[in-house]
Design a protein around this ligand. Structure first.
Ligand code: NAP
Length: 350
């Protein structure tokens, strides 16, 4: 198969400020919640109206820092606020399911930080509860909503890569070892796979769908969570994904998708705003560098804007990152954690 294009597709939905405003509540004001609110305030018309923390002091400090008034000393009070439309769950992995259920039971829409839950079974429970309540629920896989990802999506949909055969992605960062910290503690569902491996598995799913087989090998931290893992995923159609994730060393953070007719390679990082290169037949090489000036975590403004559009349109699931795909991604991670011998908070294999 051959292909030929002279220009890359234009990314759609490139201005997060176009999205209609919703009223947001922030559940768990930690590091990422801070960056999320900064991104919303810098690039969207979304209104952050309230925050809930396990302590009133932390909630009040967060609200003061971001210039709004309502601060609650419990998550229960936050989700009960009638002026909150949607809640952003930004707690550690181990807490996502309980906090998502809390939001859904209050009848609010919910954006859950990645990974949506610790296991596929937990994620399935969240999806079922959201569907039963008729509220919108989404994993915060912000990569799906980036302009460069939309270029890749259009190239795939237009058949410009032919049949996808090989997908690669890596995400590694050298993280300081702290047995009690959320990256390393089994009680907080730490480990490379759940924390950043979810991005590489999701990238493979974007290109190939759910795999039919998973091979994983890795190294455990002294706490028993995975410190570094390499994966080979094979799709029913025979395409393979070669993935790597590490908390022990920084890696290039590149993604690629190669097919019988062409390939794409992202700039670094593939998971945040960067750029993309298309290699077509006959030596065609086209490059797109993100021109929008919303680098690194400011790119979270795109996922918030997408959610606001979906909720305004009456959707309860994201067409670009459906709940069922967050569940199958966790199925892959469940299996990889099992193969590397991840030791859960209970002390046994996960
Ligand atoms: N999208 C991204 O690029 C990105 C980047 C980093 C992290 N994340 C994700 O964001 C989530 C939070 O990560 P983070 O780095 O923001 O963590 P963090 O700084 O530790 O903040 C987590 C917050 O959760 C609350 N919390 C509730 N139960 C807790 C418990 N049992 N132990 C500790 N804290 C608890 C705490 O707030 P209160 O006690 O004040 O309520 C804490 O500040 C994770 O799912 C992570 O994977 C996403």
């Amino acid at each position: 198969m051959t292909n030929s294009i002279e220009t890359l597709p234009t990314p759609r939905h490139t201005d997060p400020a176009d999205a209609p405003p919703l009223r947001w509540g922030i559940l768990a004001p930690g590091v990422i919640a801070n960056d999320f609110v900064d991104a919303l305030r810098a690039h969207t018309r979304q209104q952050v109206v309230a925050v809930g923390s396990r302590t009133l002091e932390r909630a009040a400090a967060f609200a003061a820092r971001h210039g709004f008034e309502r601060a609650y000393g419990s998550y229960e009070e936050l989700v009960a606020d009638p002026d909150v439309d949607v809640v952003y769950v930004a707690s550690p992995h181990s807490e996502h399911a309980a906090h998502a259920h809390l939001v859904i039971a209050a009848g609010k829409h919910v954006l859950i930080e990645k990974p949506m839950a610790v296991t596929a079974a937990e994620a399935r429970g969240i999806a079922e509860a959201a569907r039963a309540a008729g509220v919108f629920a989404m994993e915060a896989m912000w990569t799906r909503y980036l302009p460069q990802t939309d270029i890749a999506r259009q190239l795939l949909a237009d058949g410009m890569l032919g049949e996808v055969k090989v997908v690669t992605a890596d995400f590694g960062g050298a993280a300081a070892y702290d047995p009690a910290g959320r990256l390393w503690a089994p009680a907080l569902a730490g480990g490379a796979l759940l924390d950043i491996g979810v991005y590489v598995v999701s990238w493979a799913s974007f290109a190939l769908g759910a795999p039919e087989s998973v091979i994983a090998t890795g190294e455990l931290a002294p706490t028993g969570v995975d410190a570094q893992v390499a994966l080979v995923l094979t799709s029913p159609g025979g395409g393979q994904a070669l993935l790597s994730t590490s908390l022990l060393s920084g890696t290039p953070s590149l993604g690629s998708i190669s097919g019988t007719a062409g390939r794409i390679e992202t700039d670094s990082p593939f998971w945040g705003p960067s750029g993309i290169r298309f290699h077509g037949s006959g030596g065609t090489v086209l490059h797109w560098a993100d021109p929008f000036g919303r680098p690194y975590r400011q790119g979270m403004s795109y996922e918030a804007a997408a959610l606001a559009r979906y909720v305004t349109d009456g959707l309860t699931d994201s067409p670009l990152h459906p709940l069922d795909e967050a569940i199958t991604t966790l199925q892959t991670i469940d299996e990889a954690r099992r193969q590397v011998g991840y030791r859960s908070a209970a002390g046994g294999a996960q």
